[in-house]
Design a protein around this ligand. Structure first.
Ligand SMILES: [Fe+2]
Length: 186
Protein backbone atom coordinates (compact mmCIF):
# COMPACT_ATOMS: atom_id res chain seq x y z
CA UNK A 1 0.00 0.00 0.00
CA UNK A 2 1.17 3.49 -0.84
CA UNK A 3 0.99 5.59 2.34
CA UNK A 4 -0.85 8.89 2.58
CA UNK A 5 2.47 10.67 3.11
CA UNK A 6 3.89 9.13 -0.01
CA UNK A 7 0.86 10.13 -2.07
CA UNK A 8 1.19 13.70 -0.84
CA UNK A 9 4.87 13.71 -1.60
CA UNK A 10 4.34 12.50 -5.17
CA UNK A 11 1.96 15.39 -5.85
CA UNK A 12 3.67 17.94 -3.60
CA UNK A 13 4.59 20.24 -6.48
CA UNK A 14 0.99 20.26 -7.67
CA UNK A 15 -0.63 20.63 -4.23
CA UNK A 16 1.45 23.67 -3.29
CA UNK A 17 0.28 25.39 -6.47
CA UNK A 18 -3.35 25.23 -5.36
CA UNK A 19 -3.69 28.60 -3.67
CA UNK A 20 -7.03 28.08 -1.89
CA UNK A 21 -6.45 26.09 1.30
CA UNK A 22 -9.77 24.28 1.20
CA UNK A 23 -9.39 23.25 -2.45
CA UNK A 24 -5.83 22.10 -1.70
CA UNK A 25 -7.00 20.02 1.28
CA UNK A 26 -9.88 18.59 -0.75
CA UNK A 27 -7.49 17.54 -3.52
CA UNK A 28 -5.16 15.95 -0.97
CA UNK A 29 -8.05 13.92 0.44
CA UNK A 30 -9.04 12.74 -3.05
CA UNK A 31 -5.46 11.52 -3.55
CA UNK A 32 -5.70 9.65 -0.25
CA UNK A 33 -9.02 8.06 -1.26
CA UNK A 34 -7.75 7.04 -4.71
CA UNK A 35 -7.16 3.36 -5.44
CA UNK A 36 -3.65 2.11 -4.73
CA UNK A 37 -3.05 0.95 -8.32
CA UNK A 38 -3.04 4.57 -9.51
CA UNK A 39 0.30 5.00 -7.71
CA UNK A 40 1.76 1.54 -8.30
CA UNK A 41 0.65 0.25 -11.70
CA UNK A 42 -1.37 2.41 -14.03
CA UNK A 43 0.02 3.04 -17.52
CA UNK A 44 -1.55 6.08 -19.21
CA UNK A 45 -2.66 3.90 -22.11
CA UNK A 46 -3.51 0.27 -21.47
CA UNK A 47 -3.45 -0.63 -25.17
CA UNK A 48 -0.18 1.22 -25.82
CA UNK A 49 -1.80 2.93 -28.80
CA UNK A 50 -2.21 6.31 -27.18
CA UNK A 51 -0.07 8.60 -25.04
CA UNK A 52 3.69 9.22 -25.29
CA UNK A 53 5.92 6.14 -24.91
CA UNK A 54 7.24 7.51 -21.57
CA UNK A 55 3.73 7.12 -20.11
CA UNK A 56 3.31 3.44 -20.88
CA UNK A 57 5.13 2.32 -17.72
CA UNK A 58 3.48 1.69 -14.32
CA UNK A 59 3.84 5.37 -13.34
CA UNK A 60 2.32 6.53 -16.65
CA UNK A 61 -0.92 7.99 -15.38
CA UNK A 62 0.85 9.88 -12.60
CA UNK A 63 3.22 11.40 -15.13
CA UNK A 64 0.31 12.16 -17.47
CA UNK A 65 -1.62 13.81 -14.62
CA UNK A 66 1.31 16.11 -13.90
CA UNK A 67 1.48 17.09 -17.57
CA UNK A 68 -2.25 17.82 -17.73
CA UNK A 69 -1.85 19.94 -14.61
CA UNK A 70 1.04 21.88 -16.17
CA UNK A 71 -0.84 22.59 -19.40
CA UNK A 72 -4.06 23.60 -17.62
CA UNK A 73 -2.15 25.96 -15.32
CA UNK A 74 -1.26 27.97 -18.43
CA UNK A 75 -4.33 27.31 -20.57
CA UNK A 76 -6.76 28.72 -17.99
CA UNK A 77 -5.26 32.12 -18.75
CA UNK A 78 -5.75 31.66 -22.50
CA UNK A 79 -9.38 30.67 -21.89
CA UNK A 80 -9.88 33.65 -19.60
CA UNK A 81 -10.89 31.58 -16.57
CA UNK A 82 -7.80 32.13 -14.44
CA UNK A 83 -10.09 33.10 -11.56
CA UNK A 84 -11.06 29.42 -11.38
CA UNK A 85 -7.50 28.13 -11.68
CA UNK A 86 -7.55 26.35 -8.32
CA UNK A 87 -10.71 24.42 -9.22
CA UNK A 88 -9.30 23.59 -12.68
CA UNK A 89 -5.93 22.30 -11.49
CA UNK A 90 -7.61 20.38 -8.66
CA UNK A 91 -9.79 18.75 -11.32
CA UNK A 92 -6.65 17.86 -13.27
CA UNK A 93 -5.12 16.04 -10.28
CA UNK A 94 -8.38 14.14 -9.73
CA UNK A 95 -9.54 13.40 -13.31
CA UNK A 96 -7.84 10.02 -13.84
CA UNK A 97 -7.60 8.76 -10.24
CA UNK A 98 -9.97 5.87 -11.05
CA UNK A 99 -8.77 5.33 -14.61
CA UNK A 100 -8.97 1.53 -14.48
CA UNK A 101 -12.07 1.43 -12.29
CA UNK A 102 -12.63 1.24 -8.54
CA UNK A 103 -10.10 -1.58 -8.38
CA UNK A 104 -7.41 -2.41 -10.92
CA UNK A 105 -8.81 -3.98 -14.09
CA UNK A 106 -5.68 -3.74 -16.24
CA UNK A 107 -7.39 -1.50 -18.76
CA UNK A 108 -8.76 2.03 -19.01
CA UNK A 109 -12.48 2.05 -18.23
CA UNK A 110 -14.76 4.05 -20.48
CA UNK A 111 -16.68 5.50 -17.53
CA UNK A 112 -13.64 6.61 -15.54
CA UNK A 113 -14.69 10.29 -15.75
CA UNK A 114 -17.92 9.38 -13.95
CA UNK A 115 -16.04 7.30 -11.38
CA UNK A 116 -13.70 10.22 -10.69
CA UNK A 117 -16.67 12.63 -10.47
CA UNK A 118 -18.19 10.22 -7.93
CA UNK A 119 -14.94 10.38 -5.94
CA UNK A 120 -15.36 14.17 -5.80
CA UNK A 121 -18.95 13.69 -4.57
CA UNK A 122 -17.96 11.09 -1.97
CA UNK A 123 -15.15 13.19 -0.47
CA UNK A 124 -17.37 16.29 -0.41
CA UNK A 125 -20.26 14.39 1.19
CA UNK A 126 -18.11 13.25 4.09
CA UNK A 127 -16.02 16.40 4.60
CA UNK A 128 -18.12 19.27 3.22
CA UNK A 129 -14.87 21.15 2.73
CA UNK A 130 -15.80 22.94 -0.48
CA UNK A 131 -18.40 25.59 -1.02
CA UNK A 132 -21.10 24.67 -3.50
CA UNK A 133 -19.60 26.56 -6.43
CA UNK A 134 -16.09 25.12 -6.09
CA UNK A 135 -17.54 21.63 -5.63
CA UNK A 136 -19.62 21.86 -8.81
CA UNK A 137 -16.82 23.33 -10.92
CA UNK A 138 -14.35 20.63 -9.83
CA UNK A 139 -16.86 17.79 -10.21
CA UNK A 140 -17.95 18.95 -13.67
CA UNK A 141 -14.38 19.55 -14.89
CA UNK A 142 -13.66 15.94 -13.91
CA UNK A 143 -16.91 14.50 -15.26
CA UNK A 144 -16.70 16.23 -18.65
CA UNK A 145 -12.97 15.66 -19.23
CA UNK A 146 -13.52 13.08 -21.98
CA UNK A 147 -15.07 15.57 -24.41
CA UNK A 148 -16.76 13.86 -27.39
CA UNK A 149 -15.80 10.42 -25.98
CA UNK A 150 -17.93 10.97 -22.90
CA UNK A 151 -20.69 8.52 -22.11
CA UNK A 152 -24.01 8.64 -20.27
CA UNK A 153 -24.88 11.73 -18.27
CA UNK A 154 -21.50 13.33 -19.00
CA UNK A 155 -22.21 13.59 -22.72
CA UNK A 156 -22.91 17.13 -23.96
CA UNK A 157 -21.94 19.22 -27.02
CA UNK A 158 -18.58 20.97 -26.71
CA UNK A 159 -20.37 24.24 -27.42
CA UNK A 160 -22.05 23.84 -24.01
CA UNK A 161 -18.76 23.34 -22.15
CA UNK A 162 -17.82 26.04 -19.66
CA UNK A 163 -14.31 27.52 -20.14
CA UNK A 164 -13.20 25.56 -17.07
CA UNK A 165 -14.49 22.25 -18.46
CA UNK A 166 -12.90 23.04 -21.82
CA UNK A 167 -9.64 23.80 -20.07
CA UNK A 168 -9.40 20.39 -18.40
CA UNK A 169 -10.61 18.52 -21.49
CA UNK A 170 -8.18 20.30 -23.84
CA UNK A 171 -5.28 20.03 -21.41
CA UNK A 172 -5.92 16.29 -21.08
CA UNK A 173 -6.20 15.93 -24.85
CA UNK A 174 -3.09 17.89 -25.79
CA UNK A 175 -0.90 16.55 -22.97
CA UNK A 176 -1.58 12.98 -24.11
CA UNK A 177 -0.41 13.53 -27.69
CA UNK A 178 2.90 12.01 -28.77
CA UNK A 179 3.83 15.09 -30.81
CA UNK A 180 3.67 17.33 -27.75
CA UNK A 181 6.29 17.30 -25.04
CA UNK A 182 5.31 18.81 -21.70
CA UNK A 183 8.06 19.74 -19.26
CA UNK A 184 6.63 19.16 -15.79
CA UNK A 185 9.75 20.47 -14.03
CA UNK A 186 8.67 24.07 -14.56
FE1 LIG B 1 -6.23 12.17 -18.53
Amino acid sequence: MVSNEEREKIFHEELIRIYDERIREFTRLCLIQAPDYFFTDCPASSSGKYHPISELGPDGTMLHTKKVFTVAYELCRALNCEDKRDEIIAGCVIHDLRKQGLTRTGHTTRNHPDLAAQLVEEVQEVTMILDDDAFKVIRDCVGYHYGPWSTGKWKKPLAKYTPMELCVYLSDYTASKRCIEVDIRR
